[in-house]
Design a protein. Structure first.
Length: 263
C-alpha cells in the first residue's frame, strides 16, 4: 500500500517533466511547418511567374508575328502601288509618244496637202494665164465693145449707197458650196480673172462658172473701179459672216454680194 502511494506520488512528480519533454520534442515539428509552407508558396509563386512569363513571351511572339505580317502586307501594298504607278507612267509615256507620232504624221500630211494645193494653184494660175491669153487673142474689137457695154450696165452710180450686204438683204438663201470644194477652189488663195470664165445669161442676168459651180453678181460694182477690172484685176470669192462675196485684190476693202447656183 505504501509502495503504491509512493509510485503514485512519483508519477505525479514525473508527469510535468514528461509534458515538458513532449513539448520540447514537438517544438521542431511546429517550427518546420511554417518553413515548408513558405517553400510551397515560393514554389507556387515561381510556377505562376513562369507561367506568366511563358504567356507573356507567347503573346509578345504572337504580336511580333502579327506586326511582321502587317509590315509585310504594307510593304507588298506599297510595292504594288509603286508597280502600278510605274506602269501608268510607262503607259502615259507611250501615249505621249504615240500622240507625238500622230501629230508628226498629221503635220506631214497637212504639209503635203498644202504643197499639193500650192501646186494645183500654180497649175490653175498657169492654165488661167494661158486661157486669158487665148481669149484676148480670140476676142474681136466688136466683142470687147459688147462686153464693155454689158459691164457698164452693172456699174453703180454711188456704190456706198447702192450695195447691200447679205445681212441687210435678210440673209443668204442661195446654194451653199460644200466645204471641201470651197477650200479647194475659193478663198484668198484662189484668185482668177472673171472675164476668162464661162458665162451664160439667165433672165437677162449673167452667171459665171468657176470651181464647178455657177455664181452671179447681186450687187453693182463700184463706180471707182477701173472700167476693165473684170479683165485686168485678180478677184476671188470668199464667205464672210453672212454670205458669199466677190473681192477685188486691187480694192481689198470692197466686197460685192454674189449668189451660187447649181446650174
Amino acid at each position: 500500500m505504501i509502495l503504491s502511494d509512493v509510485e503514485s506520488r512519483q508519477d505525479q512528480q514525473d508527469k510535468p517533466k514528461n509534458q515538458e519533454k513532449r513539448q520540447e520534442q514537438d517544438k521542431p515539428s511546429r517550427q518546420d511547418q511554417p518553413q515548408a509552407n513558405r517553400q510551397q508558396d515560393q514554389q507556387r509563386q515561381q510556377g505562376r511567374q513562369q507561367q506568366d512569363n511563358s504567356a507573356k513571351q507567347g503573346q509578345q511572339q504572337a504580336r511580333g508575328q502579327q506586326d511582321q505580317q502587317r509590315q509585310q502586307q504594307r510593304d507588298n501594298s506599297a510595292n504594288k502601288q509603286q508597280q502600278a504607278g510605274r506602269q501608268q507612267d510607262q503607259q502615259r509615256q507611250q501615249d505621249q509618244q504615240q500622240q507625238q507620232r500622230d501629230n508628226s504624221a498629221n503635220k506631214q500630211q497637212q504639209q503635203a496637202g498644202r504643197q499639193q494645193d500650192q501646186q494645183r494653184q500654180q497649175q490653175q494660175q498657169r492654165a488661167r494665164g494661158q486661157q486669158d491669153n487665148r481669149s484676148a487673142q480670140q476676142r474681136s474689137p466688136a466683142q470687147e465693145r459688147q462686153q464693155q457695154v454689158a459691164w457698164q450696165g452693172d456699174r453703180a452710180h454711188s456704190w456706198q449707197s447702192e450695195h447691200r450686204t447679205w445681212q441687210q438683204r435678210g440673209g443668204y438663201n442661195g446654194y451653199r458650196v460644200p466645204d471641201d470644194r470651197f477650200l479647194s477652189y475659193y478663198g484668198q488663195d484662189h484668185g482668177f480673172r472673171i472675164y476668162s470664165l464661162p458665162v451664160m445669161y439667165v433672165s437677162g442676168h449673167r452667171r459665171f462658172q468657176y470651181g464647178g459651180y455657177w455664181f452671179g453678181l447681186v450687187d453693182p460694182w463700184p463706180e471707182y473701179w477701173s472700167s476693165d477690172w473684170y479683165d485686168s484685176d485678180d478677184v476671188y470669192v470668199d464667205y464672210y459672216e453672212d454670205g458669199y462675196y466677190l473681192y477685188n485684190r486691187r480694192y481689198p476693202g470692197d466686197r460685192i454680194s454674189i449668189s451660187f447656183y447649181l446650174n
